[in-house]
Design a protein around this ligand. Structure first.
Ligand code: FE2
Length: 270
């Protein structure tokens, strides 16, 4: 089993594992995403997804995507074809698509989850990010526990670069060590609505963020409380990535989390 630098993870709130995912798995995910997009009929589903605009919040298409495979467009998509216009696919690729299932449940990822201390790891959410050339939107500063909340907080993200990611095409940015700060907000269900509630007024750190420039196949582990972001992609290169979010089944998954999967129980790596 690979040895992981857990001291660095505890210190920084993230861990970069360069080229951890084999190239053939990156190829398989990109090819499968392309197939899914080719089979997708946009029609009324040209739902804009942007973390800068909560206008999607009342959109049922989004609300019910926790147990489905759904497609979300870039804000600046215009009339581009879907393969050049999508922001992401989410949020149950890992359970509903055989290729994403296989890559998500490979032993290397299970070993990593165990090393991180997830005793009963559950694969909660998956997202395929396109970060399209020129129009790939920024993702504002946030903590993943805002969106995926357990008590105690256990969410961890596995972010896999499917293209080389750098400052120009919108690599991840993070405030190293800031996972020790409080959870600022929750995005959750209140009745039929999805709302953002402020929990703590602590501002983001003043420090300079770290740019996590990584080659294709690299896996970045993100602590659920780590503030992270990515800038817009204004380059002429895509920056595809696959993100998988895990929680520990021993923790309480709040019933007001936005992501609910009636009829699709959460599974671990088995
Ligand atoms: Fe995130």
């Amino acid at each position: 089993m690979t040895r992981f630098d857990l001291a660095a993870y505890d210190r920084d709130g993230f861990l970069v594992l360069e080229r951890y995912v084999p190239a053939e798995d990156c190829d398989a995910l990109q090819a499968r995403a392309a197939e899914l997009v080719a089979g997708f009929d946009p029609g009324p589903a040209r739902t804009i997804f942007s973390t800068c605009d909560q206008g999607h919040a009342r959109d049922r298409y989004f609300r019910e995507s926790g147990g489905a495979i759904r497609f979300f467009f870039e804000k600046e998509a215009g009339d581009r074809r879907p393969e050049l216009a999508l922001n992401k696919i989410g949020h149950a690729l890992h359970d509903l698509d055989p290729v994403f299932d296989r890559v998500s449940r490979q032993p290397r990822l299970a070993a990593l989850a165990t090393a991180l201390g997830l005793v009963q790891p559950l694969l909660l959410q998956s997202m395929y990010f396109f970060k399209q050339p020129r129009i790939g939107a920024e993702v504002g500063w946030h903590q993943d526990a805002t969106y995926l909340h357990t008590r105690p907080s256990t969410v961890a993200g596995f972010w896999i670069a499917l293209d080389d990611a750098d400052r120009d095409n919108g690599c991840l940015l993070a405030f190293a060590g800031a996972h020790r700060g409080p959870l600022r907000e929750r995005f959750h269900r209140v009745g039929a609505d999805l709302v953002t509630s402020r929990l703590d007024a602590t501002p983001w750190p003043e420090a300079e963020p770290v740019a996590l420039e990584v080659p294709r196949g690299s896996l970045v582990v993100l602590h659920g409380l780590l503030p992270h972001a990515s800038v817009a992609n204004r380059s002429d290169r895509p920056r595809h990535a696959y993100a998988l979010h895990l929680i520990d089944g021993r923790a309480v998954y709040d019933i007001d989390n936005w992501l609910q999967r009636p009829g699709l129980p959460l599974r671990g790596f088995a």
